[in-house]
Design a protein around this ligand. Structure first.
Ligand SMILES: Nc1ncnc2c1ncn2[C@@H]1O[C@H](COP(=O)(O)OP(=O)(O)OP(=O)(O)O)[C@@H](O)[C@H]1O
Ligand SMILES: [Mg+2]
Length: 246
């Protein structure tokens, strides 16, 4: 696979981060004063009950959303001063996102879906994009599906395509919100193995999950309750990875 080309590393720092939503009464704090440090290369599972704030926290970690107070630094970069356009461009190069439901574009082939983030960010010359997409589809084991439309794939194949798309620009960080939530256990295992391998290759991987199989292979499990970190079990197997270029 291609080496990480980003100058940013995948460390993530939240300092006193709060995400409030306006409601009719007092603001509702979906994430409350969270301090969190995730070193580059760690494989982190975020667990907790429905409504506890997992997705909100993941969106802060990924720069998809911004805190209403407190700070988020990713790879040492403070996201606060970035304009929406700058943030979108930054995210395109630095964060790969996998959702519970693949969210592939139905009118594009699988290969075209994987090339879309490349077209958006211009990390690779256009002449190389198809070759890299094919490499990524081979990595996730569905190179033979490249020319098909997402509707013709199984759920597990779609999620593999979504992982290939998330890896398109070789970002140092990969986040996934319940990536195995819609899969049977066999397809889920493939997805877990792929994400684990990305962490072993040096990427920071943060996964919101109810799946005990993911939590079981994570370096660290963070449990959220009422928008706060209720439990943060220490990494067991994590070692610094040189491949991040940190
Ligand atoms: N746009 C919004 N406006 C108001 N409240 C919101 C908004 N988005 C989320 N919330 C509230 O914030 C809390 C946390 O939501 P979040 O989606 O982060 O939970 P979650 O842990 O991911 O839940 P689930 O496991 O069901 O996906 C919930 O109480 C939710 O109702
Ligand atoms: Mg959620």
């Amino acid at each position: 696979m291609t080496a990480s080309t980003s100058s940013h590393t995948g460390s993530i720092n939240l300092t006193n981060a709060t995400r409030a939503y306006d409601t009719a009464g007092a603001p509702f704090l979906a994430v409350q004063q969270v301090d969190l440090e995730i070193p580059a290369g760690q494989f982190v599972a975020i667990a907790g009950k429905s409504g506890s704030g997992k997705s909100t926290l993941l969106n802060l970690i990924a720069g998809i959303d911004r805190p209403t107070s407190g700070a988020v630094h990713i790879g040492g970069v403070d996201l606060a001063p970035l304009s929406e356009d700058q943030l979108a461009a930054w995210r395109g190069r630095n964060v790969g996102v996998v959702f519970q439901f693949h969210q592939l574009m139905p009118a594009l082939t699988v290969a075209e879906n994987v090339m879309l983030p490349m077209d958006f960010c211009g990390v690779y010359p256009s002449s190389e994009r198809r070759r890299i997409a094919d490499q990524l589809l081979a990595l996730v084991g569905i190179q033979d599906q490249a020319h098909k439309f997402p509707a013709a794939l199984s759920g597990g194949q779609r999620q593999r395509a979504a992982i290939a798309r998330a890896l398109a620009n070789d970002p140092p960080i990969l986040v996934a919100d319940e990536p195995t939530g819609s899969l049977d256990s066999q397809a889920a295992e493939v997805v877990i193995d792929l994400l684990r391998a990305q962490s072993a290759a040096g990427k920071t991987v943060v996964i919101v999950t109810h799946d005990r199989d993911i939590a079981a292979v994570a370096d660290r499990v963070i449990t959220i309750a009422d928008g706060q970190i209720a439990e943060d079990t220490a990494p067991t197997a994590w070692v610094p990875i040189e491949a991040t270029g940190a």
